[in-house]
Design a protein around this ligand. Structure first.
Ligand SMILES: CC(C)(COP(=O)(O)OP(=O)(O)OC[C@H]1O[C@@H](n2cnc3c(N)ncnc32)[C@H](O)[C@@H]1OP(=O)(O)O)[C@@H](O)C(=O)NCCC(=O)NCCS
Length: 486
């Protein structure tokens, strides 16, 4: 009893020494008595006093006051999850009652093929494997009989062809579908970025060799430490320039889940079969889930958005936009996990590629800059290594270099959308370029949790705006034009 009183007294001292309005008489006076008996007050051990009654009050803040120092909101987080599941279950039911089951796995095939005997997108992707001419453009003059300038010219021609050829096929060929085009153009864009990196790195090696003292042979590189792994991986011999200029090395890089070339990639010692199987199952399941959600949830919402757009009914447009934001965001999150975790890890595991940092904790972004530094690591690394830092080294300011990177990124985003849809509206381009002022606004006006909420809001709302813009324009162009003409 006396002990409890003593503990209460010491707690009171910790929370502050505000005068208690309760003191004066009755139970409070008894409490004072107990306080006086506390070890801190007298220096003696607390003594049991007859007058002391059980205390049930002490000086303390309510939990929601910031002064209370309370921060365990685990239950509230669980409540959010339960509410989220409940409200989405209602949406799910409403959707089923309204539209019936729209998921149709067979219909997915028609997204890739118009004509079962014509597979242009696949032919384009297979054609991409003939990228071996890149090797000729990086061979040192002694081996390839090419001067540095001639090599550069061939390299530029090669890269221009890689971008223009599939674009021309996608624009001119009737039998290619928009989805097939997107996939083919994506593969070619990846090839473009990889070959850009391949030549840069080999050029840096040549320059370093030229700077080294003539007559000095390259030092023998050590063997990578890998022998002592539990799974018994063999040691990996390190390669130095120009021994890396082989088809085997080039094709390993082309298939590896990275855009930045290195002569000696970190390698994992063995293929972990269970890990690989888990990633493959995730890939299968999440592909089905994404397709199902698009067919059942997104397509009807988009279709229902066309009329408000046509009537320019702004309140209904905003309502549609907010309705689309939920499935769009959910699908984007699933896509993130599917691509950056399942697919990239599956490929890396198969190729024993050791560096698995494909994403960082972008979900904690408190600024737009942090988001772009952490969400797509292969692209960010490429931008830094082959665009941003070279520009800074040539004397550009950070602002110019950053704008240059976002301009290039905006170009590729537009390239991947406009050409497959056969319409040039610059929504994707504008969306990427808008990241620069957006980054400034968010960092200027929002910090901490508010910054994090602002980043989430731009992700949740920004994407469906772009989706609706493209769908609306596509709809008007392909389904309304003849009616208007008639
Ligand atoms: C533009 C972009 C590259 C800027 O990156 P950032 O990390 O904000 O740039 P910073 O100014 O912080 O500098 C980054 C690096 O440059 C280095 N650096 C800065 N000034 C430098 C200078 N004058 N000279 C050389 N290096 C310099 C920094 O040390 C840092 O190096 P580190 O990464 O090894 O630590 C980044 O925002 C980006 O990748 N944007 C595009 C993203 C994109 O389009 N993704 C598509 C996804 S679908």
């Amino acid at each position: 009893m006396g002990d409890r009183g003593g503990a209460g007294g010491s707690r009171r001292r910790r929370t502050g020494s505000r005068p208690s309005s309760q003191s004066g008489g009755g139970p409070a006076a008894a409490e004072e008595e107990v306080r006086a008996a506390a070890p801190g007050a007298t220096g003696r051990p607390p003594t049991r006093t007859r007058a002391a009654a059980p205390t049930c009050h002490r000086l303390q803040d309510s939990l929601f006051s910031s002064d209370s120092g309370f921060n365990n909101y685990r239950g509230i987080l669980n409540w959010c999850v339960v509410m989220l599941i409940l409200s989405n279950a209602r949406l799910f039911l409403e959707n089923l009652i309204k539209y019936g089951i729209l998921v149709d796995p067979i219909q997915v095939v028609s997204l890739f093929l118009k004509d079962p005997y014509s597979w242009p997108a696949l032919c384009l992707v297979i054609g991409e494997l003939g990228a071996k001419e890149a090797l000729g453009t990086v061979l040192p003059p002694s081996q390839g009989a090419l001067t540095e300038q001639a090599g550069l010219l061939l390299h530029v021609l090669n890269l221009a062809t890689i971008l223009c050829f599939p674009a021309a096929v996608a624009l001119l060929l009737e039998s290619i579908t928009p989805v097939g085009s997107v996939l083919a153009l994506m593969v070619y864009t990846i090839l473009f970025l990889k070959l850009f990196s391949y030549r840069d790195v080999n050029l840096w090696c040549r320059e370093r060799r030229a700077r080294a003292k003539p007559g000095l042979t390259a030092p023998r590189l050590p063997v990578a430490p890998a022998g002592k792994k539990a799974n018994g991986g063999t040691a990996q011999r390190m390669v130095s320039y120009p021994d890396n200029l082989t088809y085997r090395d080039l094709y390993y890089f082309l298939f590896a889940p990275t855009l930045c070339y290195e002569l000696n990639f970190p390698r994992s010692p063995r293929i972990r079969k269970r890990f690989l199987l888990r990633r493959l199952l995730e890939m299968l399941f999440l592909t089905q889930l994404q397709v199902g959600l698009i067919q059942q949830w997104m397509v009807p919402t988009i279709q229902n958005s066309m009329k408000p757009f046509k009537d320019m009914d702004y309140s209904r447009i905003i309502e549609r936009l907010l309705k689309l934001a939920v499935p769009n965001h959910l699908i984007w999150l699933i896509f993130f996990y599917w691509f950056f975790h399942s697919c990239m890890n599956a490929v890396a595991e198969l190729m024993q590629f050791g560096d698995r940092e494909f994403y960082r904790d972008w979900w904690n972004s408190e600024s737009v800059t942090y988001f772009w530094q952490n969400w797509n690591i292969p692209v960010h690394k490429w931008c830094l290594r082959h665009f941003y830092k070279p520009m800074l080294r040539r004397g550009s300011s950070k602002w110019v270099a950053r704008t240059g990177v976002f301009f290039a990124s905006a170009f590729f985003h537009e390239y991947l959308v406009s050409i497959p849809l056969h319409m040039f509206r610059l929504w994707a381009f504008t969306g990427m370029m808008a990241q620069i002022p957006l980054a400034w606004i968010v960092s200027r006006f929002f910090q901490g949790n508010y910054g994090n909420a602002a980043v989430w809001l731009t992700l949740i709302i920004g994407q469906p705006v772009a989706v609706l813009m493209y769908v609306h324009d596509y709809y008007v162009l392909h389904y309304e034009a003849p009616v208007v003409g008639a």
